[in-house]
Write a protein that binds this ligand. Structure first.
Ligand code: SF4
Ligand code: SF4
Length: 177
């Protein structure tokens, strides 16, 4: 598979993750605190897969002003703006799209077991126990990551994780000149 085909499949996966998030959000709006200006989840030192990095690089290439005009918020992901907004929002990686929804992070053989392997942002679902939620209200992050790994591999990308840092992407842009 070419890198272009991998990007296409990756964007189809992003759409599924976004749709799933909206689906869960639609049923549990009152349990979500996610909104513009809430950025505790935008941690330092996040990494992304090769296909995700290519998508972000392509975006930065055509939006270079994004990085030159804003120094970023110290102590957070380097793509968080001084005002607390994501500078690469349209191409933010999967981890940033799934965050906030209740996730199952380990596949289990039966439903009873699987319920203990759930997690959610501390700010969300404070009045509902996520262990009691129906499976349809859970994002299975392991499945998403397996699909992402397959797309990454078929696109011929390295399995090495890419740091979500400005210097990495600026170097990549310089290399491609
Ligand atoms: S996941 Fe948590 S920290 Fe991130 S935007 Fe949602 S509520 Fe805020
Ligand atoms: S890429 Fe954007 S949404 Fe993801 S952690 Fe960084 S600033 Fe937050």
């Amino acid at each position: 598979m070419s890198q272009e085909a991998a990007l296409k499949n990756y964007n189809a996966l992003l759409k599924k993750v976004d749709d799933k998030f909206q689906d869960i959000y639609g049923r549990h709006k009152d349990q979500f605190q996610c909104q513009k200006g809430c950025y505790s989840c935008c941690k330092k030192d996040l990494t992304v897969s090769g296909v995700e990095a290519l998508q972000i690089k392509n975006f930065i290439q055509s939006h270079q002003e994004v990085l030159s005009l804003d120094k970023g918020k110290e102590g957070y992901c380097e793509f968080l703006s001084e005002r607390g907004e994501c500078l690469v929002y349209p191409v933010r990686p999967i981890i940033c799209r799934s965050h906030g929804a209740p996730i199952a992070y380990k596949d289990a053989i039966d439903d009873v077991d699987s319920r203990q392997y759930r997690d959610v942002c501390d700010l969300n679902f404070t009045e509902v126990d996520i262990h009691d939620l129906d499976p349809q209200d859970i994002m299975n992050i392991d499945t998403v990551n397996v699909l992402l790994a397959v797309i990454n591999q078929h696109g011929g990308f390295s399995q090495e994780r890419v740091p979500l840092t400005r210097i990495h992407f600026l170097n990549k842009l310089a290399e491609s000149k």
